[in-house]
Design a protein around this ligand. Structure first.
Ligand SMILES: C[S@@+](CC[C@H](N)C(=O)[O-])C[C@H]1O[C@@H](n2cnc3c(N)ncnc32)[C@H](O)[C@@H]1O
Length: 303
């Protein structure tokens, strides 16, 4: 039991890092017109520290938002939340500037107490989710699958951060294949820890079902197929492509490409056939001349 609690606490600690304002501004600049007249929910966000709340409250008028809601999770591990002054989980609502100074003042932000701990899965948080048009946050990575499943279940628009590896999760990949989730524009490399220090992450990116330009732009291909450069896998009938930019323009059958391909994926240009998991590829990975390769996505050029 003690071990289990320790494991949970460690997991929670790994989830405790904050997105920097510059990363939010950089990504959000691409979606402005899609936020007009919308109710935005940030549901893994302590408004006292969340730059998501900061961004949306300060840009409330320029985005033309209807309402902003933020809910804050109150973890049971007191040590983790020593920086949080309140005992109760809270949520906040902002409906825009009232006194004309174009700044969200404390008296304009309604602070309300939640009955529970603010878990995004709790019924009171789900009630707030139901009121939202677009959910934007950086959810706990350890709960990413559940988090996305809930957004899909409630048929919400979303723009969230997640590890690049999430793309290979069975449940997430299924959504990618069904064109229900795709990649945003940027990767994020650094986050703030609760003590203010910076934590570097190799591979975190945005996932969304808002419209992004990449999905309508063809990837420019310049290479031509030859069997030496693009060998077939030992254990699957497809050619291996090591870099997305090197996808041959004249190959009509199945190709295995790196998972970063999804950053550029235009469903009008390519069809996703599957990944190692759902194609049930032997030994779980593609092999070329006995060499195990990195995770691949198997695609076909539609054109
Ligand atoms: C990766 S942090 C990101 C925080 C904030 N969204 C940001 O980007 O700065 C994830 C946050 O989710 C909170 N969290 C953990 N479990 C949660 C749950 N079940 N429901 C809601 N929030 C949760 C954590 O306390 C943590 O602050």
């Amino acid at each position: 039991m003690a071990n289990e609690n320790l494991h949970k606490a460690n997991k929670a600690k790994n989830d405790e890092f904050y997105t920097q304002l510059s990363d939010i501004e950089k990504e959000l600049s691409h979606y402005k017109e899609q936020f007009k007249n919308k109710v935005v929910l940030c549901n893994c966000d302590d408004p006292r520290v969340s730059n998501f709340f900061h961004y949306f409250s300060y840009n409330f008028e320029s985005l033309g938002l209807k309402r902003l809601i933020a809910t804050c999770y109150k973890n049971q591990d007191a040590e983790l939340f020593s920086t949080h002054k309140s005992d109760k989980a809270i949520y906040l609502e902002y409906t825009g500037d009232k006194n004309g100074n174009r700044v969200p003042d404390p008296e304009e932000i309604g602070i309300k107490h939640l009955n529970g701990d603010g878990d995004f899965r709790s019924s009171e948080c789900i009630k707030l989710l139901e009121q939202a048009d677009i959910v934007v946050t950086n959810p706990p990575f350890s709960l990413f699958r559940e988090y996305v499943a809930q957004l899909v279940e409630y048929d919400k628009r979303f723009l969230i951060l997640g590890n690049d590896n999430c793309r290979t999760y069975k449940e997430v990949f299924k959504l990618i294949k069904e064109n229900k989730l795709w990649c945003g524009y940027n990767h994020v490399k650094e986050f703030k820890k609760p003590d203010g220090s910076i934590q570097k992450f190799g591979n975190v990116s945005w996932y969304t079902n808002l419209d992004v330009a990449n999905r309508h732009e063809d990837l420019i291909l310049y290479k031509t197929y030859n069997p030496q450069e693009y060998p077939k896998y030992d254990n699957y009938d497809a050619i291996n492509v090591d870099k997305t930019a090197d996808i041959p323009m004249d190959y009509a059958e199945i190709m295995g490409v790196p998972i970063t391909f999804l950053d550029k994926y235009n469903p009008e240009q390519f069809e996703i056939i599957g990944n190692e998991y759902d194609l049930e590829i032997e030994k779980g990975r593609g092999y070329v001349k006995g060499k195990r390769l990195y995770s691949r996505i198997f695609i076909k050029n539609k054109k």
